[in-house]
Design a protein around this ligand. Structure first.
Ligand SMILES: *[C@@H]1O[C@H](CO)[C@@H](O)[C@H](O)[C@H]1NC(C)=O
Ligand SMILES: *[C@@H]1O[C@H](CO)[C@@H](O)[C@H](O)[C@H]1NC(C)=O
Ligand SMILES: *[C@@H]1O[C@H](CO)[C@@H](O)[C@H](O)[C@H]1NC(C)=O
Length: 375
């Protein structure tokens, strides 16, 4: 009896811990003081971390990507929306925490844009595609890089404001998210054979493109801007599969590739320095660094203690990380795990809804303290 009771007790304790943890999370996201900021709108620029349906409205390439089909979207919407996940993204949780409806994608011409617009396009880059192609880096899925998204933003504001003064008035209580963007510039460079030295030499240019985006948002009238950094990309199954090695020193304590995480840290440090300068340029604009790197570290720590799979992709096939570049999620006969809420990685590149939810809980808290909403 005693021998069988012990594992049961252990299991119950684990279940209770998990329940308490989710209660904590739902409180953290749903009832958060981010509402105190009283944002009227949110405007999002970026890539697949925040695209909620723009890429799949681009023909012919975007519409034919796997993101336009199940199993993408299976958990929350039971339907593909263009989100690169099984469900909601961080921007969805941020909108909810701010007490706003989920943002519509810019490319949905019938949408109601009164609470903001999401301009993000999966696969997009911080640098214009022409600039990348001059470096022999090819953008495979879209040409809607940050500058193109900023043009859309300009067109949108021209359509809702009679003049600049009216826009400044309208955007006084808006939140702008400039990124995450830039991650793909590096992803494409690495997977198209560039060296780490070449990657490092791209950082100032990529950071400059993001800085230009922030300046442009400021010129429209933005007063609160979040500028997210990159993920610890050495933790993603896509990289861990491509750069798998027997050299144990190449991995950190979370089994992430150190060199790639160090590179992400380098980009993030340059970005934070640039933000510091921007703040001096525009002392009346609140510019906050969005710390995706540490939000992800928090996610890893919690996932480990709650027994999530932190290594393998939920939707994928084969290898140590359940990932194969030539047979990715959405391809024929590629299986989906039964319990995506117990995985961090959805498809080896993007996170599960659960992963994004936990990161967003951490971020919303971290951002709130820095957005100076009490004033
Ligand atoms: C991007 O633009 C180039 C040049 O106009 C074009 O050849 C290419 O097909 C475009 N790529 C996509 C994904 O639309
Ligand atoms: C790692 O070690 C195994 C067994 O020693 C070997 O078969 C394999 O080729 C090695 N892999 C790499 C990437 O070096
Ligand atoms: C990936 O899939 C291809 C095609 O099925 C296969 O040939 C290859 O060995 C797989 N790679 C790995 C690392 O499993």
């Amino acid at each position: 009896m005693a021998a069988s009771a012990s594992p049961c007790v252990k299991k119950c304790v684990l279940v209770i811990r998990i329940v308490l943890f989710f209660l904590f999370l739902s409180f953290a996201v749903d009832a958060h003081p981010l509402k105190i900021c009283k944002f009227d709108q949110i405007y999002q620029l970026g890539d697949s971390i925040s695209d909620i349906g723009n890429l799949i409205r681009e023909v012919p390439i975007g519409a034919s990507t796997a993101f336009a089909r199940l199993p993408y979207g299976e958990t929350f919407f039971k339907n593909p929306t263009g989100r690169c996940s099984d469900g909601l993204l961080m921007i969805d949780y941020i909108a909810m925490a701010a007490g706003l409806p989920l943002l519509p994608p810019y490319k949905d011409i019938e949408a109601d844009f009164s609470f903001g617009v999401n301009f993000a396009v999966a696969g997009s880059t911080a640098l214009p595609t022409e600039v990348l192609s001059a470096k022999h880096i090819f953008s495979p899925v879209t040409n809607s890089s940050l500058n193109v998204q900023l043009d859309w933003m300009s067109t949108h504001f021209n359509s809702i404001c009679r003049d600049h003064r009216e826009c400044v008035q309208k955007l006084r209580s808006a939140l702008f998210m400039v990124g995450e963007v830039g991650g793909n510039d590096y992803n494409y460079a690495i997977f198209q054979g560039k060296t780490m030295e070449e990657l490092t030499s791209m950082v100032p240019e990529v950071v400059n493109a993001i800085v230009d985006g922030v300046r442009k948002a400021t010129s429209f009238g933005a007063t609160r801007i979040v500028v997210p950094g990159n993920f610890p990309i050495g933790c993603l199954p896509i990289y861990k599969t491509a750069l798998q090695t027997n050299i144990s020193k190449a991995y950190d304590e979370n089994q992430c590739l150190k060199q790639l995480n160090d590179f992400a840290k380098y980009h993030n440090a340059q970005l934070q320095q640039a933000i510091h300068k921007l703040k001096q340029e525009s002392p009346n604009v609140v510019i906050v660094y969005g710390d995706y790197y540490n939000a992800y570290q928090f996610l890893l720590k919690f996932s480990k203690s709650y027994g999530f799979d932190t290594q393998r992709a939920c939707c994928g096939i084969g290898g140590k990380y359940n990932f194969n570049m030539t047979r990715m999620c959405g391809a024929p006969d590629v299986a989906v795990c039964e319990d995506p809420h117990r995985y961090i990685s959805w498809d080896g590149v993007h996170l599960t809804q659960e992963g994004y939810k936990i990161m967003a809980g951490w971020l919303v808290h971290d951002m709130f303290n820095k957005l100076l909403c009490h004033f």
